[in-house]
Design a protein around this ligand. Structure first.
Ligand SMILES: Cc1ncc(COP(=O)(O)O)c(C=O)c1O
Length: 382
């Protein structure tokens, strides 16, 4: 094996991860009998929906399946236009712009819109892609305590920056709680700050026709940048911006993750489009998911599981200890229950957990089975 200072550092870092039970690996595919998958972000189970499959096949009939080049190089295909039109009708904004993923959207949008003169007020628990966009932009980062509006207000008051921007997830991906968007928009108005929301885990579930938490909380019109992904409830791939034409023009000219990357293939565009049609035509599915989630959360609480402040389809069960989270995840796997252990640095120290992602296929009988196995674990492990 070659040695060099870089290899030495890599080896040291990986050894430390292993020693702290924080080493990550890509899970092997295993065919479980009667598997109950609580790891997927396909909350509405639309990845396997035949109606969407049929519509996607029709939509793609007159198009090639693969991809060609970056959006700015290749002539605009009608499927891109249709999908962006559908997103802006869904989100009720002037316009929309598609990116290759939610990660690429956050990276591109934040690094384009923020400069070294901007101070970004960022919830501590925001997604990593938001932090990566902030780092890339070179702006000033000001992290406020999770969902703590008096901390945010204090930080805004103390700021001397002319350009201020508040960024928040609307549903937090590891805690499953919601951002207080009304308060955030009021503070933004008071301090003349721009607001950006990441609707990754809210799209398809909250708001009318699943159009997001900003709509659910009645503040959509006060949000400058609505970002979302098509990779969670929509079960496709791609990220998007929804908002004003002015910002879209700016992003088309300045978002490097859009300009310097090959666009999504038509097969993906067709699936995304058919899936959004399905969600808009079935406006009650989000509520149905939330009712299922509430039932499961109540059962978890009843047996003494710490589910933090979750009120959505994402339900953590905090063990605190990394080894316990790994062992519990392995124990459940023996019974065909897939619930990943999430550990630092993805979540704060001492807050390792199982992350249960409730989906529409997780029926009451399966829920009771999982609760029964958790009880068994608790009995065996005190
Ligand atoms: C809050 C949030 N934003 C953005 C992303 C990135 O989205 P994508 O998976 O489409 O790249 C994720 C994905 O986990 C997320 O949870």
């Amino acid at each position: 094996m070659r040695t060099s200072p870089i290899y030495d550092r890599i080896n040291r870092t990986l050894s430390a991860r292993k020693a702290n039970s924080q080493f990550r690996s890509i899970p092997q595919y295993t065919e479980h009998e009667k598997s109950i998958d609580l790891s997927s972000n396909s909350y509405l189970s639309l990845h396997a929906c035949n109606e969407i499959r049929r519509e996607a096949a029709m939509l793609i009939e007159n198009h090639h399946w693969g991809n060609l080049a970056s959006r700015l190089v290749e002539e605009h295909s009608p499927l891109f236009c249709e999908l962006e039109k559908e997103i802006c009708n869904w989100k009720e904004t002037e316009t929309a712009l598609l990116f290759n993923s939610g990660y690429a959207a956050n990276l591109g949008i934040i690094s384009a819109v923020c400069s070294k003169d901007t101070e970004v007020f960022c919830d501590r628990l925001n997604h990593a892609s938001i932090y990566d966009g902030i780092i890339l932009s070179g702006c000033k980062l000001n992290r406020y305590s999770h969902n703590d509006m008096s901390d945010l207000n204090k930080r805004l008051e103390q700021s001397v920056s002319k350009e201020k921007m508040i960024i928040t997830d609307t549903v937090f991906s590891m805690d499953g709680d919601r951002a207080p968007l009304c308060d955030i928009c009021e503070l933004a108005k008071k301090h003349n700050a721009m607001v950006m929301v990441d609707e990754a885990h809210a799209a398809g579930i909250f708001g009318k026709q699943g159009n997001g938490m900003a709509d659910e909380q009645g503040v959509a019109e006060f949000i400058d940048i609505k970002m979302g992904t098509l990779s969670k409830a929509v079960a496709g791939l791609g990220g998007f911006f929804a908002g004003s034409s002015l910002l879209k023009d700016y992003f088309v000219n300045h978002c490097r993750s859009l300009i310097y990357s090959t666009a999504l293939p038509h097969s993906v565009l067709a699936f995304n489009l058919a899936s959004i049609h399905y969600i808009r035509n079935n406006p009650k599915i989000g509520k149905k998911l939330l009712i299922l989630s509430q039932r499961f959360r109540n059962s978890l609480k009843k047996i003494g599981c710490n589910t933090l402040n979750s009120t959505t389809q994402i339900i953590p069960f905090v063990t605190g200890n990394e080894n316990e989270a790994i062992a519990l995840s392995g124990f459940l796997r023996q019974y065909g229950i897939i619930a990943p252990a999430i550990r630092p640095p993805t979540v704060p120290r001492q807050s390792a957990r199982l992350r249960f992602s409730v989906h529409l296929g997780f029926d009451e009988q399966q829920q009771d089975f999982v609760i029964d196995k958790l009880l068994q674990w608790k009995k065996q492990n005190g």
